[in-house]
Design a protein around this ligand. Structure first.
Ligand code: ADP
Ligand code: LRH
Length: 485
């Protein structure tokens, strides 16, 4: 079949990008045509997404793809769980909130009074994260906004709605809400009703890899291309990123390392055992009916917030490259902290919080930006080790290689430490795995001969380099892990 060229829109919590993705029988090429900073906007104690600004950036990017060549399709993926509400005229009600907003504080405790954690897990298979959509919605109960809501659209579905006029809930992202039944693969209206949520706002589910519809006239005019189909992809960025993992066979683990780190395995079905629930592992739905059995780890967010804090204080030598170069030769495993501590979720002065966590744990307090950076990377590698080993045990699998994709794959020190901590090789890259997964699923919907994930991954391997990190011996990771308890 003829090569296709699509716009892969990949929206991360710290940056959004629009790529031209060219897919042929033996070619796969990404060209980054637009990138913009992203971040939640604090207003009077709440944290909002500037979703109209994001929509405009998407349009600018898509126009750039159209200007530079053919445009056969558009697909959008973004971070999960956050949503906008539409009224009965299809107008957006208020600004979507960030999952880092504190409005869900205490909400899981309230919900637990009606539906126990065990029951919730048995239906949804999700990690207990205070920001899951179900809790965000529960925090809105009784508000005029929720009372006038006719439709809930997760962010990529909202942006897709603005491009096409079509409403729907793409399945991979729907599976992160806490209102989706991982066994029946339908919304759990029963859960929604029991919690008192307006279940009728949940839109019909739609499959990744199907055409949603052509862009509306307003969009066609702006981007200078009419009739372009918007294609439903794995709209949860992690679903697209895992499509983009260049793995060869079954016994791999992956780490999708961006603002968040998603650490786990690809399985054929969910693991809903009491052990998995107690370990707080999630079962998210993937492209082609796969399950992502994984743990959310706080990730590079803590480092990027630290860099922001130091830059605000006008310290010198606190660019990411300078910090990473310093951390490379800083003493290893001197201070380790629980990188997944809830105190690190909200924006703020991360260096001080890290020092507090170290003090409370009786660890040496890191004093300089370089020492704190090293603490963060050692601690992140420890969290990767712990959760990959846990996932393997819970799923009864062996892991002999770890694929690390996303922006973090460009952090050589992090990749090396991960290999060292786990004692298995790490294959790093592509950094833009989510955009590749997005583009490949679009290409298949447009007729490309990519029958399954294996074919997509084979094409990535043929066209993209990965860097291999062999585990080094010498550091005592067991001892460091036991310091964390
Ligand atoms: P998201 O999609 O969640 O916005 P990304 O996958 O783009 O996140 O990853 C962003 C992170 O990747 C940054 O916070 C940074 O730590 C890391 N990163 C990106 N580029 C580099 C680089 N050249 N060297 C080291 N780390 C990098
Ligand atoms: C990563 C991600 C992750 C979710 C979080 C909210 O970007 O989608 O999979 O848990 O954002």
């Amino acid at each position: 079949s003829e090569p296709v060229r699509v716009a892969a829109v990949d929206l991360g919590a710290t940056s959004g990008r629009v790529m031209a993705c060219r897919v042929g029988a033996r070619t796969l090429h990404l060209e980054e045509l637009h990138r913009f900073g992203n971040g939640a906007v604090p207003v009077r104690g709440s944290l909002y997404w500037d979703v109209l600004g994001i929509h405009r950036e998407v349009l600018v990017g898509v126009r750039e793809v159209a200007r530079t060549g053919a445009l056969h399709g558009i697909g959008i993926d973004s971070w999960a769980v956050d949503y906008g509400l539409l009224d009965r005229d299809g107008q957006l009600l208020g600004n979507p909130r960030s999952h880092r907003d504190s409005r869900t504080d205490g909400v899981p405790t309230e919900v637990r009074k009606t539906v126990s954690d065990a029951e919730l897990y048995d239906v949804t298979g999700l990690q207990q994260l205070s920001f899951n959509t179900v809790y965000q919605l529960a925090s809105e109960l009784g508000t005029p906004t929720l009372e006038s809501a006719e439709r809930l659209l997760l962010l990529p579905d909202l942006l897709t709605y603005w491009l096409t006029g079509e409403v729907g809930a793409e399945r991979t992202n729907a599976s992160t809400t806490g209102l989706y039944d991982v066994r029946t693969r339908e919304w759990s209206l029963d859960l929604a009703k029991r919690i008192g949520l307006p279940w009728s706002i949940l839109p019909p589910l739609r499959e990744p890899g199907t055409v949603v519809g052509p862009v509306v006239d307003e969009v066609a005019e702006y981007v200078g291309a009419a009739g372009v189909p918007v294609i439903s992809v794995g709209s949860h960025d992690t679903a697209s990123a895992v499509v983009g993992v260049p793995a060869e066979e079954g016994s791999f683990a992956y780490i999708s390392s961006g603002t968040w780190s998603l650490v786990g395995l690809e399985l054929d079905g969910p693991v809903l055992s009491a052990e998995a629930r107690e370990a707080d592992f999630t079962n998210e739905s993937g492209v082609d009916g796969t399950i992502r059995f994984l743990k959310n780890v706080m990730g590079l967010w803590v480092l990027s917030e630290s860099v922001r804090t130091w830059a605000d204080k006008r310290l010198s030598d606190v660019t990411l490259p300078a910090l990473l170069a310093g951390a490379e030769t800083a003493p290893a495993l001197r201070t380790v902290v629980d990188i997944n501590h809830p105190r690190l979720l909200t924006p703020g002065d991360m260096p001080t919080r890290i020092q507090e966590l170290a003090r409370e744990a009786g660890e040496p307090i890191p004093r300089t930006p370089v020492a704190i950076t090293r603490t963060l990377l050692d601690s992140l590698a420890l969290a990767y080790r712990r959760n990959i080993r846990l996932a393997a045990t819970l799923a009864g699998r062996d892991v002999d290689v770890v694929h690390l994709v996303g922006g973090g794959s460009q952090n050589a020190l992090l990749c090396q430490l991960t290999a060292d901590a786990l004692g298995v090789p790490v294959l790093a890259g592509p950094a833009e795995a989510a955009a590749l997964g997005n583009g490949l699923v679009q290409a298949r919907a447009l007729g490309a001969d990519l029958p399954d994930l294996a074919a997509m991954r084979a094409l990535i391997r043929r066209t993209h380099d990965v860097r291999r990190y062999e585990p080094r011996v010498g550091l005592d990771w067991d001892a460091a892990a036991s310091r964390l308890g």
